[in-house]
Design a protein around this ligand. Sequence first.
Ligand SMILES: Nc1ncnc2c1ncn2[C@@H]1O[C@H](COP(=O)(O)OP(=O)(O)OP(=O)(O)O)[C@@H](O)[C@H]1O
Ligand SMILES: [Mg+2]
Length: 236
Amino acid sequence: MFFEIKNIVVAYDSVTALNDVSIKMEEGQIIALIGANGAGKTTLLRAATSLVPVQKGSITFNDVDITDMKSELIVREGITMVPEGRQIYPYMSVKDNMLMGAYLRNDKAGIRDDLDRLYQLFPRVKERMKQQAGTLSGGEQQMVAICRALMARPKLLFMDEPSLGLAPIVIREIANVILEINKSDNLSIVLVEQNSRMALRISSYAYVLETGKMALEGDSKKLVKDPHIVKLYLGG
Ligand SMILES: Nc1ncnc2c1ncn2[C@@H]1O[C@H](COP(=O)(O)OP(=O)(O)OP(=O)(O)O)[C@@H](O)[C@H]1O
Ligand SMILES: [Mg+2]
């Protein structure tokens, strides 16, 4: 299996945030993880990148056990996160933000090639490469956060609510970008979203977290029609 989380338990002090949660995915897939505020979506991504400890269960990537691996080594294995709230460096230029994503690399030519390629893929980012990142619009900042993560040349990308706070037209643009990078690089993506409609539209398989437990999973096309999903997550 390309990426697999098996029966993990994560707690903050005495509060259990994830209880016996499992997911798996094949290479090249986009899978969605949906759920309400506080369901444990960010915690799952943080656990998978060792930003919070896992009490029970295991996480494997390309058959390597990464459960207790240091975060930096996990990046080297090929997993990168586009964090919730983007967390770009506001006082740095767009280009320097992107270069921060390549901090573990020392292949200068490859880094230059990747910058060029991303500028082609994101013309709006290229136009603004010298601009201070904090002065960009929310949608542009999200693009920069995605570019920064791609500069690490990941094999698996975690995206934590890329649509958060963006206008519908910008959300569509971000959704298209996600589909594009998935296709052009066969990049595998775990997409965490509260925008369930968008997430189910662009993913092939989806998981639904409810207060720390996996409530439901299935093909995204099927879940879109599932009465429970329609009622609770699609405003039906
Ligand atoms: N550092 C922390 N210390 C204590 N409790 C935490 C911490 N981080 C998260 N939690 C708790 O764990 C639970 C899951 O939080 P998490 O951030 O994973 O949810 P989420 O699904 O990402 O929500 P949202 O959609 O609002 O981002 C929540 O009850 C939250 O209060
Ligand atoms: Mg979250």
